[in-house]
Design a binder for this molecule. Structure first.
Ligand SMILES: [Zn+2]
Length: 264
């Protein structure tokens, strides 16, 4: 294995009990393979509390707390808990929050409610947001349109649209709002020229690399459980798509952007 490289995995779920027998081993292995750090992302009250506990005792882990749009239907119970976590040690963002019209595990109405409350929470605490936005099967932009409307109601929202795999125009709408674009293993297996074109055009100061581990394992490890160290493969692929940019340039940009956005 090539020895890298100073990357931060800006989005993973390795703390989630049940995915890994030994999350600490995954953490240690990532550091041994050259990962500088990782952000463990919460998806509901329970996993947010776990992400905070995990990061609080590890020098190279930070965390976010938030209610994922899939779980938005439980906002009345979940959001007060998330609000109680937001000021704890090592919490560097509110997320993942947003809208998912693809699966609609929660109603649009519940998703919009939870999203708005958490945008307000982030702004009130001067924290960036980690956004999960996925449109419906019939429209490539419907969730983004609704999300932008809400985001535009809050001046000064900072953050990242994680796991982005849309086209150039949507990417420009994101960047135009001052938000960053989170790219993960999807680019290594999507075989979609529109995504390739988008990745090639992300302004360097808006690029963040992530794994979403244990999900979305990049090539050539499809079929295995994803780990933060695989963010290196995402960096290599992104470099290739950007006209063979030097990998150091991509790494440097993502790491600097992550440090700046999350204050780590
Ligand atoms: Zn995620």
């Amino acid at each position: 294995m090539t020895r890298p490289i100073g990357l931060i995995d800006t989005h993973c779920h390795i703390h989630d009990i049940g995915f890994f027998d030994n999350p600490n081993q995954v953490y240690e292995q990532s550091l041994n393979n050259g990962i500088l750090g990782m952000i463990c992302v919460g998806t509901d009250a329970k996993s947010s509390a776990e992400s905070q506990k995990f990061a609080a005792v590890r020098e190279h882990a930070w965390c976010s707390v938030g209610l994922h749009p899939h779980e938005a239907k439980n906002w009345q119970v979940e959001l007060p808990v998330i609000e109680s976590l937001v000021n704890l040690d090592r919490v560097v963002a509110v997320g993942e929050i947003g809208l998912d019209y693809y699966y609609l595990n929660s109603s649009r109405q519940a998703q919009l409610k939870a999203f708005k409350v958490q945008l307000r929470l982030a702004c009130a605490n001067n924290l960036p947001v980690i956004l999960h936005i996925r449109s419906s099967k019939t429209s490539p932009t419907d969730a983004f349109e609704d999300a932008f409307k809400l985001i535009d109601e809050f001046a000064g929202v900072r953050g990242v649209v994680h796991s982005f795999s849309g086209g150039v125009q949507l990417m420009r709408d994101i960047v135009g709002r001052g938000l960053a674009v989170g790219i993960n293993g999807i680019v290594t297996f999507c075989r979609d020229d529109l995504v390739y074109e988008m990745v090639a055009n992300i302004p360097l100061d808006r690029l963040l690399l992530e794994t979403d581990a244990p999900y979305l394992t990049p090539e050539p490890f499809r079929g295995t459980i994803n780990m933060p160290e695989h963010v290196r493969l995402v960096a290599e692929y992104v470099a290739k798509l950007r006209r063979e940019a030097p990998i150091a340039e991509i790494v440097h940009a993502s790491t600097n952007n992550a440090k700046q956005l999350f204050g780590i």
